[in-house]
Design a protein around this ligand. Structure first.
Ligand code: NOJ
Length: 564
């Protein structure tokens, strides 16, 4: 088993996580859908890239109405992705390469095709009835939902079922009914499911919408709010304050129970990262109290989605880092995430500018915290606009009735995409017609994104200035440099002359400075410390460092070792 060489920080704080969307990574059967044997064939690539941990979006049995986020059996593998023995081989092959593996657990809801739900809906006295959340409609006739609660994707979260003349609750889409965790049988079953995978060697879990597991038991109506669009920072959307349905106090206690299950395992320690959109204060509550210098008693990590739409400028990131340092000081750890399978790809928000993407990833891999890289980000895959009417994404389909001019209006800023398919296109391996994802003659489940002829692993591997080689060099340096993966962070004072950000990471005697020029203008710094040594630069062959003077070209980032 892999062990961390760092004395005090556990492995999951020093690692870098790479997210794979299995449907889109590598197709070994040429049916146009990615699969587990395909992923196994690319593990050497990931090891060479230098990431430490791989997180898989779900590949459990599922009708695939939400591409795996609608599970119909948590302990078996969907046949289009492979078999249980493929899955066991995957875990083993990852461990053989000294990497860790994280599965995606959808605890909040199941598919409506899960046998539990089929039984639950069959009659009021079925033993599984109370595994889901069923209520009578409003009196007198019960034909209106029990209260005003909206789902997190809009519209009522209550769905009428004729068979028993009651309504069931679903935080997400109607085919994803919520499990009832106030029923101890459900809790037990799901905790045992976690143990089932931990026993197979899974090193951690990403917890899907873990802040929506509990709702108010007495069904109080949510108050009105003057906010329509959901946000990463608060619980108001669709003109409702989700007081009684999102981040309910019982979720925080649940996080601690989940942590206890993880703590039953050691060698290696297992970890949890929660998918939660909330303020930093609330996010920290999910991580529990500080119980000693290295431990808390809640989730190990939560995604901090505040960075997703951060403006590309030095001040924005200075503020973000300083807020993260304020809330997530050791033993808490921030996370750095810029893209995932629900979001527009970051590089498209940066105008598909590779130089900006290099600055962005430098920040991601050198600021304190755990970086989460989304597949294809390392070669600069861009978002691919697919019209709502052709969507496979069920959320996009829900909104496919929107007139085109409204869609244009909503997406005009260039930083929103209404169709999650846009960021889920096949991984770009080569310049061949299906980008090497599947054979040239196959039809991939989503089209390949534009620019794959040059934006692909093959082409970039041989170009020393490529984005891919920038990722590799940074990942290697991070792994080899304790200050970068385990050091404390302090921001260096801002400059009046230039849109650049600088901070230093310190571990024992080791001091490393990071300088990032967010501007298209050059910058000059006269004193940066004693005997500086250039450890990395996003731009080769410039006269960057001259004694203790630093010249930053437009959009240049450098890492400098300073002698104490
Ligand atoms: C959040 C996941 O990231 C998303 O892809 C999924 O559709 C919903 N949760 C529902 O599980």
């Amino acid at each position: 088993m892999v062990t961390s060489s760092i004395k005090f920080l556990p492995w999951w704080k020093t690692t870098t996580v790479y997210q794979i969307y299995p449907r889109s990574f590598k197709d070994s059967t040429n049916n146009g859908i990615g699969d587990i044997p395909g992923i196994i064939s690319k593990l050497d690539y990931l090891q060479d890239l230098g990431v430490g941990t791989i997180w898989f979006s779900p590949f459990f049995s599922s009708p695939q109405a939400d591409h795996g986020y609608d599970v119909s059996d948590y302990r078996s593998i969907a046949s289009e992705y492979g078999t249980m023995s493929d899955c066991e081989r995957l875990i083993q092959e990852i461990h053989n390469r000294d990497m860790y593996v994280v599965f995606d657990m959808v605890l909040n809801h199941t598919s409506n095709q899960h046998p539990w739900f089929l039984q639950s809906r069959s009659s009021m006295d079925n033993p599984k009835r109370n595994w889901y959340i069923w209520r009578d409609g409003q009196k007198p006739r019960g034909k209106k939902p029990p209260n005003n609660w909206k789902s997190i994707v809009g519209g009522s979260g209550w769905h009428y079922d004729e068979q028993t003349d009651q309504w069931y609750w679903a935080q997400f889409l109607p085919f994803q009914p919520d499990l009832n965790y106030r029923n101890t049988e459900v809790k037990q079953e799901m905790f045992d499911t976690l143990r089932f995978w931990l026993d197979k060697g899974v090193d951690g879990f990403r917890l899907d919408i873990i802040n929506t597991v509990f709702e108010d038991e007495s069904l109080q109506n949510n108050p009105f709010a003057l906010t329509f669009f959901p946000s990463e920072e608060h619980d108001k959307s669709f003109f409702q304050n989700k007081l009684y349905t999102v981040n309910h106090p019982d979720n925080f206690a649940f996080a601690k129970e989940l942590r206890s299950v993880m703590d039953e395992y050691s060698d290696p320690e297992r970890f949890l990262v929660g998918e939660i959109a909330a303020s930093l204060e609330t996010l920290k509550r999910y991580c529990g109290e500080k119980i000693d210098d290295i431990k808390t008693n809640g989730l190990h990590l939560t995604f901090l989605f505040q960075s997703l739409n951060a403006r590309f400028d030095a001040n924005t990131f200075r503020n973000l880092i300083s807020r993260y340092e304020q809330y997530f000081i050791e033993p808490y750890s921030p996370t750095w995430v810029f893209s995932n399978h629900d979001q527009m790809r970051r590089i498209s928000k940066l105008g598909n500018d590779v130089n900006k993407a290099k600055i962005n990833v430098m920040l991601q891999l050198t600021a304190r915290g755990v970086p989460f890289i989304y597949y294809g980000e390392e070669v600069g895959m861009s978002n691919h606009r697919i019209p709502l009417r052709n969507a496979q994404d069920p959320v996009a389909l829900k909104y496919s009735w929107l007139p085109q001019f409204i869609v244009n209006l909503l997406t005009r800023s260039g930083s929103i995409s209404l169709n999650r398919d846009d960021c889920r296109t096949p991984m770009q391996w080569t310049s061949s017609p299906n980008a090497g994802f599947c054979s040239d003659k196959s039809i991939s489940w989503l089209p390949v994104s534009l620019g794959y002829e040059t934006i692909n692993v093959d082409s970039e591997e041989s170009n020393p200035d490529s984005l891919l080689n920038c990722y590799k060099a940074l990942l290697k340096l991070r792994k080899e440099t304790p200050a970068l993966h385990s050091g404390s962070l302090n921001l260096l004072p801002p400059s009046l002359f230039g849109n650049f950000l600088s901070y230093q990471r310190i571990y024992d005697e080791q001091v490393v400075q990071i300088w990032l020029n967010f501007s298209k203008k050059p910058s000059y710094v006269s004193e940066i410390g004693k005997n500086p040594k250039l450890l990395f630069s996003t731009i080769s062959d410039t006269d960057t460092l001259n004694e203790s003077k630093l010249h930053l070209a437009p959009y240049q980032g450098v890492i400098i070792g300073i002698c104490p």
